[in-house]
Design a protein around this ligand. Structure first.
Ligand code: NEZ
Ligand code: ZN
Length: 374
């Protein structure tokens, strides 16, 4: 019995988008879906109850961060991450590789794994496919990501080729080390940078492992938008059509729509929560920097067209005041609204797919939001 199954419901006649359902031991969620990031076992400033209010269905957390603090042994003793953070819906954990490469200056990548220094204490650490699987097993996440290397952008062809081949060998080692396929699903991560033939090799290597889901990695790492779109266009059709497709690190409104059109089912991004904490809000007519002086006496909601609790009960002037005074409640209000905005957007994307009009929806949304048409 595999822990994660994908149900393809329909493909949009107007685009390559698809409507689906992912089933996990902690419940199911419709796709395309946006997944809020909860790195340290919390979606920053949000309670699980509030996340349920905005209908968040699955959240993300992090092997690397939770291994360092509080320690995956403590979370295991708590009965796993769901119990520890009081979240009874699906959780996906990243494998830690990406975080090591982005957080630790000193690191040494070897076949057996990565030697690096704890970015907080400086102590020497070692992470390997086996270790990453053991930690994710302790956390008890429904979806585990394979331990991969996400090379920095740009990377030479030769470096990327060697890295892709090692990431494929690491994925096999993750699968061999997988102790609990009955209640945790292991997703592979396709690498290859901006090189089509390496993307193809990576996709084929991983597809041969017959994993329950696949991610496109190595994007949203500083590459130009046209390269990201070219790699997305090329790689998505190489992924098994009967498995969920997860585009890692992508979450701006235009990218969610474009990714869905290209057949992506799952997205994550720190953007909505991160920009909320510096007082920037997503609205149906573009970004609004609520801390700007021009909102000092603006007693209207963040977004007239938004029905969320924040837009019904609080004004721009009040939220601006809280943000200016660094009041936590202000960040809670902007975060709640931004997450609601993206989750609502995905609901509209799913509706558009079911009515075969995602292309029209994209045009209308881009027009209103102010994205220049590519
Ligand atoms: C809690 C959490 C935070 C962040 C992530 C995704 C983090 C992330 C990327 N983010 C932007 N681009 C990314 C690429 C990769 C990648 O190639 N491999 C992995 N393992 N993660 C990536 C997952 C979980
Ligand atoms: Zn709102």
């Amino acid at each position: 019995m595999t822990a994660i199954t994908y149900e393809l419901i329909k493909t949009c006649k107007q685009t390559g988008a698809r409507l689906g359902k992912v089933h996990t031991p902690h419940g199911s969620f419709d796709t395309p879906m946006f997944m809020p990031v909860g790195t340290l076992a919390t979606v920053k400033t949000m309670s699980p109850e509030e996340l349920k209010e905005i209908d968040a269905k699955i959240i993300l957390s992090n092997t690397y961060h939770l291994w360092l603090r509080p320690g995956s042994d403590i979370i295991k003793d708590a009965g796993g991450l769901h119990k520890f953070m009081n979240w009874d819906r699906p959780i996906l954990t990243d494998s830690g590789g990406f975080q090591v490469f982005s957080l630790s200056k000193i690191r040494d990548i070897k076949e057996e794994g990565v030697h690096f220094r704890n970015h907080i204490s400086g102590e020497k650490l070692f992470l390997s496919p086996e270790k990453a699987m053991q930690i994710q097993n302790d956390l008890g996440s429904d979806i585990m990501m394979a331990f991969d290397e996400c090379p920095p952008y740009p990377a030479s062809y030769d470096y990327m080729k060697a890295s892709v081949e090692r990431t494929s060998r690491w994925a096999e080692r993750c699968l061999s080390a997988h102790q609990s396929p009955g209640n945790q699903g292991l997703f592979g991560i396709i690498q290859g940078g901006e090189y089509e033939d390496l993307r193809k090799q990576s996709a084929q290597d991983l597809a041969s492992l017959d994993l329950p889901g696949y991610a496109i990695g190595g994007l949203s790492v500083g590459e130009p938008k046209n390269i990201m779109n070219r790699m997305l266009e090329y790689t998505t059709p190489l992924m098994p059509a009967n498995k969920p497709r997860y585009l890692m690190g992508v979450g701006s409104p235009d990218s969610l729509i474009d990714g869905s059109i290209r057949g992506i089912d799952m997205f994550d991004c720190v953007l909505p929560t991160r920009i909320a904490r510096n007082g920037t809000c997503m609205t149906s007519t573009g970004r609004l920097v609520v801390r700007n002086a021009k909102y000092a006496r603006d007693f209207s909601p963040i977004d007239e067209n938004c029905g969320c609790h924040v837009c019904k009960n609080y004004t721009r002037a009040y939220i601006r005041h809280l943000i200016k005074c660094n009041e936590t409640f202000g960040f809670r209000l902007t975060t709640y609204h931004n997450l609601h905005f993206l989750l609502k957007l995905m609901e509209q994307v799913r509706e558009a797919i079911s009515e075969d009009r995602l292309g029209d929806f994209k045009e209308a949304f881009f027009e209103k939001y102010g994205f220049n048409q590519p």
